[in-house]
Design a protein around this ligand. Structure first.
Ligand code: NAD
Length: 330
């Protein structure tokens, strides 16, 4: 199976090496096509997003990616945003679950944020109006809203989930969020087996902090998804445990939620779980459910045991040592 591999910047190469070690241990034959993007690509290609990276992902249809530093002062607002737009990766899936052994206020969190990835205020269409005012345009389309709602319901059915909650602020943004809510309601009727409800985003944040066990799959516009998914990561022990997937019709990119944490670059220090769990999402997407379950079980066991875990989980193990412990469990 040919897969585009983007090790990324900062801590990217460390957690990528750890993830490859674990992926190879599944026994699946991967043919990694390694590509440079981000800060590391600028000296060689003069751009943080060389065309050959996009071509490789279009060809292989699946990529595993480390975090990229967004260089300041280039034409790119963010390489990640550019990649998602270029490949129309409209669905950003961010699962959150509690792991025994990771300090958290709750024991049984199992949530999935499905974030619309291409529209909303996050598209960054903004300008100054004279010198003393600024305007940002919030774009929500029927096409974009219906396809992300359908994605969320499809995901819920395939993952054996029970409920989809649409998150919005349609009481105030009656046109934009109103349209998003209307589309989600319409699509929900195609999935009578899945319970459907809606929540205002402010109330949703409070509910997640107080009663996260009430929620299951949540679907929301881009900016709320950005914020709410970090809130969810915080509920279960931080960014080192947070995987993500960007999925579209043309391709899918699997990557940790966190960034390149430059201060830990090359120290073999950070938690590789975010990227290994992104690898689990990739295996599930590839239909390799047994391998995905085996990796997930090994990650859970190593963390529950607590002997070979990284600093953020209260241990002293290096990134590579934690990966070896996971491989040994497999
Ligand atoms: P960051 O997510 O890189 O790091 C913030 C802090 O979180 C780190 O200092 C560290 O304490 C902790 N952390 C992150 N990952 C961890 C891990 N695996 N294990 C343990 N602790 C971990 O956020 P930042 O410092 O704001 O951003 C650094 C760079 O990353 C910026 O250039 C930003 O644009 C970029 N970024 C990239 C992506 C992406 O590639 N998808 C996402 C977010 C930020």
């Amino acid at each position: 199976m040919k897969i585009t591999l983007i090790p990324g910047d900062g801590i990217g190469p460390d957690i990528t090496a750890a993830t490859l070690r674990v992926m190879e241990a599944t026994g699946i034959k991967f043919d990694w096509e390694e590509k440079n993007a981000g800060e590391g690509a600028i000296s060689k290609y003069g751009t943080p997003l060389p065309q050959e990276v996009i071509d490789s992902i279009k060809r292989n249809k699946i990529a595993l990616k480390g975090p990229l530093t967004t260089p300041i002062g280039t034409g790119f607002r963010s390489v990640n945003v550019a990649l998602r737009k270029e490949l129309d990766l409209y669905a950003n899936v961010r699962p959150t679950r509690t792991f025994k052994g990771v300090k958290s206020r709750y024991e049984n969190i199992d949530l999935v944020v499905v974030r619309e990835n291409t529209e909303d205020l996050y598209a960054g269409i903004e300008h100054m109006v004279g010198e003393d005012a600024a305007e940002s345009i919030k774009i929500i389309t029927r096409k974009g809203s219906e396809r992300i709602a359908r994605f969320a319901f499809d995901y819920a059915v395939k993952a054996g989930r029970k409920k989809v909650t649409v998150v919005h602020k349609a009481n105030i943004m009656k046109c934009t969020d109103g349209l998003f809510l209307e589309c989600a309601r319409k699509i929900s009727q195609e999935f009578p087996e899945i319970e459907f409800e809606d929540r205002l985003v402010d109330n949703m944040c409070m509910q997640l902090v107080q009663k996260p066990e009430l929620y299951d799959v949540m679907v929301m516009p881009n900016l709320y998804g950005d914020i709410v998914s970090d809130l969810c990561a915080g509920l279960v022990g931080g960014l080192g445990m947070a995987p993500g997937a960007n999925i579209g019709e043309l391709a899918a990119i699997f990557e940790p939620v966190h960034g390149s944490a430059p201060k830990y670059a090359g120290m073999d220090k950070v938690n590789p779980s975010s990227m290994i769990l992104s690898g689990v999402l990739m295996l599930e997407y590839m239909g390799e459910k047994e391998a995905a379950d085996r990796v997930l079980k090994a990650v859970k066991e190593v963390i529950a045991e607590g002997k070979t875990v990284t600093y953020d989980l209260g241990g002293t193990a290096k990134t590579s040592e934690m990966a070896e412990a996971i491989v040994a469990r497999m």
